[in-house]
Design a protein around this ligand. Structure first.
Ligand code: G3D
Ligand code: MG
Length: 172
């Protein structure tokens, strides 16, 4: 929510990250916010928040609030609450897990059916193909290209939360 009483108003953008369990959502957020990759934490429960302040010009910065669905990766009434008032959405899958790719369509439909921008347009969604550092892929570039177009994502890219590949670039 945007605070009305801030002395130096900075726009706050709520960005949600969704996708099947274990595709790398939490790792991605950690990489982006702290530039670390940890192997040892265990799946969190509930919702995790992370905040990043981004300088967009000499005089202007914005606040990105990242919502990590953290262990609630099911389609329930809960997701509606989680999606509410978001400005942008990251839908992630794991390149080595075909099912997680197929399910990105469900995630997209779930967002679009439950939530829009205030003006009624769909929440802009980017599609991230994570774990591109791993050799054995189950999803081919052509399939991603087709799905991204057909389901009106604003873009897609391969990422590696592990190696920090395309993490900052995709967020920009
Ligand atoms: P989630 O939040 O979507 O459920 P996590 O996913 O961030 O918890 O990551 C799930 C597992 O995938 C973790 O492995 C994590 O280390 C691994 N992972 C995340 N991103 C990458 C990546 O880009 N490359 C590779 N190779 N692995 C990744 P563990 O073994 O800890 O369960
Ligand atoms: Mg997680």
């Amino acid at each position: 929510m945007e605070t009305q009483y801030n002395v130096t108003p900075q726009k706050l953008y709520k960005i949600i990250i969704i996708g099947d369990p274990t595709v790398g959502k939490t790792s991605f957020v950690q990489r982006y916010i702290q530039n670390t990759f940890k192997n040892d934490y265990k799946g969190t429960v509930g919702v995790d928040f992370a905040l990043k302040i981004i300088k967009v010009s000499e005089t202007q910065s914005i606040r990105l609030q990242l919502w990590d669905i953290a262990g609630q990766e099911r389609f329930t009434w809960m997701t509606r609450v989680y999606y509410k008032d978001s400005h942008g959405c990251i839908i992630m899958f794991d390149l080595t897990n075909k099912n997680s790719f197929i399910n990105t369509q469900k995630w997209k439909r779930d967002v679009d059916s439950k939530c829009t921008l205030p003006d009624g347009r769909p929440i802009p969604c980017i599609l991230l193909a994570n774990k591109c550092d791993l050799p054995y892929r189950q999803v081919h570039q052509m399939e991603i290209e087709d799905l991204y177009k057909e389901h009106n994502f604003i873009g897609w890219t391969e990422t590696s939360a592990k190696d920090g590949l395309m993490v900052n670039d995709s967020m920009k």
